[in-house]
Design a protein around this ligand. Structure first.
Ligand SMILES: [Zn+2]
Length: 286
């Protein structure tokens, strides 16, 4: 079995150096003794032969590039996650910084970027409007940057309602040229949105450990729809250290756990893993 993890975070703790960061990890856990090199070794032993390290912020993007330059089969995507929108004071400056990083030959995509309204609540209407506007400006900036550099774009979109999904499609139709791959990472959302996204040229859909969760019928429904419509659009990811698959749910996701997601897909959703492998090579041109 050959596997490419098209979205993971060796650049984030605790994977980077074993620092617990904001996670609750038992003191005697192995994870605290491991660094990204060890995780990458374990992933390779499990059958992963390439991985893409994605930057949710400027300093983590920098780390992604550093790591990718140390290992031939690791690649980097540089970008700013929508939840970081409030931390970016000057969006133009941030785009200049990302462009500089993206000049490195191991950078193969821009992202993760998009809209995330999931945790917004309790803010005043004025604050909400401001946060959403900042997220959109940051998203548009990264769409334009990916186009300027002729790179694929990795999307992170999440909402409790339909708004972020609808607005994502609107912004893509307005600003994205669809020449390169557009990756709906950790895909979620209403079926009408998925149907629309499936019609977009060069669109791909990333599935993670949450597809194994008992209550994730909606994700499995999306998977089945993509598979039935065009199985050449399916990608496999971990989003490690997040979204550990069953039976590890709630623990740190280690990149090697991608094998368990792959096995789950093969067994329960009749997935052709070799086809997914080829899809990953094609989407990211690696
Ligand atoms: Zn991510």
């Amino acid at each position: 079995m050959q596997i490419i993890d098209t979205h993971c975070h060796y650049n984030l703790e605790p994977l980077y150096s074993g620092d617990p960061f904001c996670f609750k990890i038992k003191e005697d856990s192995q994870i605290l003794q491991m660094n990204w090199q060890k995780h990458w070794q374990n992933a390779q032993k499990a059958g992963v032969n390439k991985s893409i390290i994605v930057g949710p912020g400027l300093s983590s993007s920098e780390k992604a590039v550093e790591i990718a330059n140390e290992e031939e089969c690791l690649y980097a995507a540089v970008g700013i996650h929508p939840e970081r929108a409030n931390k970016i004071i000057d969006i133009d400056q941030a785009m200049i910084a990302l462009e500089k990083l993206a000049n490195n030959k191991k950078v193969i995509a821009i992202g993760e970027t998009g809209l995330d309204y999931f945790y917004l609540n309790g803010e005043s209407l004025e604050e909400l409007t401001e946060i959403k506007k900042r997220q959109k400006d940051l998203f548009i900036g990264q769409i334009k940057l990916a186009q300027k550099l002729n790179l694929p774009l990795i999307l992170h979109v999440r909402d409790k309602e339909d708004l972020a999904y609808q607005e994502t499609i609107d912004l893509l139709e307005k600003y994205w040229s669809f020449n390169k791959a557009i990756i709906f990472h950790c895909v979620s959302g209403p079926i009408s949105y998925i149907e629309k996204a499936l019609t977009l040229q060069n669109s791909y859909f990333g599935f993670d450990g949450n597809i194994t969760f008992k209550k994730a019928d909606n994700i499995r429904e999306i998977f089945t729809l993509v598979q039935k419509t065009d199985a050449k659009k399916i990608l496999l990811e971990t989003d490690a250290p997040y979204l550990a698959p069953e039976p590890h749910r709630g623990q740190i996701c280690e990149p090697q756990m991608i094998v368990e997601i792959a096995n789950y897909l093969e067994k329960n959703l009749q997935t052709n893993l070799e086809e997914i492998y080829q899809n990953s090579l094609r989407a990211f041109e690696i």
